[in-house]
Design a protein around this ligand. Structure first.
Ligand code: ADP
Length: 194
């Protein structure tokens, strides 16, 4: 299986690149942000609870997102592989993901981290806020909180995957196609070794 963690701060382009990667490699896209927004749209209890945290730019509790990913893995038993987008975001999530995959006799192939500086991120998110209407993209204070959450809780996961020899940094500034090409080069290089 090909199991990729697509990593990077809010606004790094994970969603855009995931769409292209799932097409090319026929993977299942698991975005915890999309799943949570689906719960909000459906008006579920989980969605209502998550919305408050998401609108403030804070993370939702680990057990909630871990449970969501676990059921998605069970629902996609025949998959060729997965792109994890926006998950894991904490050490507890990364450890749970490793356990869940191990139970299925598979593991993370690689973590590809899109690198984009803070000024560019804020600019992109404010533009997305105007176009998408996402509440958490609307003001700079919420965006700052999301970037802080990322720096404090999520960025340290680079070390977690580095220690497993799976971390790869990717330049996240350039055209969508240029970035896609560097991601693919990396994935294909790994395949030749495996
Ligand atoms: P972003 O563009 O900020 O990367 P996402 O769509 O991935 O946005 O996530 C939006 C919000 O959903 C996050 O700010 C957070 O509140 C919540 N969320 C998504 N994934 C997770 C996760 N793995 N753990 C905790 N909270 C999450």
């Amino acid at each position: 299986m090909l199991n990729i963690v697509l990593f990077g701060p809010p606004g790094a382009g994970k969603g855009t690149q995931s769409e292209k990667l799932i097409d090319k490699y026929q993977l299942v896209h698991l975005s915890t942000g999309d799943i949570l927004r689906g719960e909000i749209a459906a008006g579920t209890a989980l969605g209502l609870e998550a919305k408050k945290l998401m609108d403030a730019g804070s993370l939702v509790p680990d057990e909630v997102v871990i449970g969501m990913i676990s059921s998605k893995l069970d629902q996609n038993k025949g998959a060729k592989g997965f792109i994890f987008d926006g998950f894991p975001r904490t050490a507890a999530q990364a450890e749970s993901l490793d356990k869940m995959l191990k139970d299925k006799n598979t593991s993370i192939t690689k973590m590809l981290a899109l690198e984009v500086n803070n000024d560019e991120l804020t600019k992109r998110l404010l533009i997305r806020g105007k176009n998408s209407g996402r509440a958490d993209d609307q003001n700079e204070e919420i965006i700052r909180n999301r970037i802080n959450e990322y720096n404090n809780k999520t960025a340290p996961l680079k070390n977690y995957y580095s220690a497993q020899g799976k971390f790869q940094s990717i330049q996240g500034i350039g055209t969508v196609d240029e970035i896609f090409e560097s991601l693919c080069k990396n994935i294909d290089a790994g395949k030749q070794i495996a």
